[in-house]
Design a protein around this ligand. Sequence first.
Ligand SMILES: NC(=O)c1ccc[n+]([C@@H]2O[C@H](COP(=O)([O-])OP(=O)(O)OC[C@H]3O[C@@H](n4cnc5c(N)ncnc54)[C@H](O)[C@@H]3O)[C@@H](O)[C@H]2O)c1
Length: 363
Amino acid sequence: MTARFHNPVDTRFGWGSLQELVSLTENQKVTLVTFPEARGLGLVNRIQDLLGDRLVHVIEDVQPNPDVAQLRGTYERFWQEAGDCHTVLAVGGGSAIDTAKALIVGTASGAFDELLSLLATGKPFTPPRSKLLIAAPTTAGTGSEVTPWATIWDAASHKKYSLHLECTWPTVAIVDPELMLTVPGSVTISTGLDALSHALESVWNINANPVSDTFAVSAISDILECLPLLSRDLSNKELRSRMALAALKAGLAFSNTKTALAHSISYEMTLHHGLPHGIACSFTLPLVLGLAWGHDEARDRTLQHIFGNDLHRAQDRLRNFLHSLNVKTEFADYGVTATQAQQMIDFAMQGARGKNFIGSRAA
Ligand SMILES: NC(=O)c1ccc[n+]([C@@H]2O[C@H](COP(=O)([O-])OP(=O)(O)OC[C@H]3O[C@@H](n4cnc5c(N)ncnc54)[C@H](O)[C@@H]3O)[C@@H](O)[C@H]2O)c1
């Protein structure tokens, strides 16, 4: 049994850990990137109090699923008005963290379209300038605080770009479950399912190894137990903490494996059927479990450790779990016919993430 695991993010976890910002940003100029509700929730003032005059710039209009249409202006204003700051602090869900990852990659001209052209080549590049990133997630879902990836959407052209450079690993992740207390029920569920999908996708993955499995298995059992309880008791601090830790563990797992088929399918469902990311990447999990089973002895052992030896019971368990959270699990529920679904699965198998799926070798 061999394994190689690498994650360079200095990770702080715990209730109230946002306070660590004070020691982490000494002598630095900081730009805050956050979500629109943050000011009303008192979060912007709290960060202002912690950082004082180190806080030189605030971007607080980040919309869900960062899209080129909005990012272009935000990016160019950031480099013009705060190009001399050291650190970008993202406080928010995956949308704020991924926006911050795009902002820290500086182009020579300061133009956003130069970054897009580089991303369109799909090849790695070294940006002429970049900033440090501190990521403090306010949702328990994406794991973006411990991964180098950012998804940049172009809804108008039905496209998405994937940003991934050495400099887009956050320097520090501050996972403070207290920041998640205000997440509404529907977002709590969809982000929690995103985390479940990360953990499962890291198991049925050609890049899986015993270290990523350790994080994944622990995350899956926590999420299966905690998420239904939390969905009925949103102000429960212990459940918020357990889900925050589970999403972090899922993030650590897929930081080394990347995602697989369910995510590859999800991009089509988000771009063409408007499904929120967490639902798009989780409603197919029972189906993908069936496609994963029986391809690789080691992967089967890990899946059976979680779900037992009977595939149908395992799929039923996942399906019932999703139904209990009011998530529908069939393509037809989302207006996709059986033929369209099969075409979508075949197409997704050939995508970059689909090729990580253990079942794609047999397809
Ligand atoms: N980089 C990665 O590895 C990775 C992984 C998965 C998803 N993503 C990306 O992350 C984005 C989705 O992120 P998300 O699921 O965290 O949702 P989000 O960041 O879009 O937030 C969802 C909604 O919840 C609100 N919100 C966030 N935190 C809140 C809080 N504490 N209290 C009240 N409201 C709050 C936001 O304003 C928004 O309206 C997508 O763009 C997706 O592509 C990235």
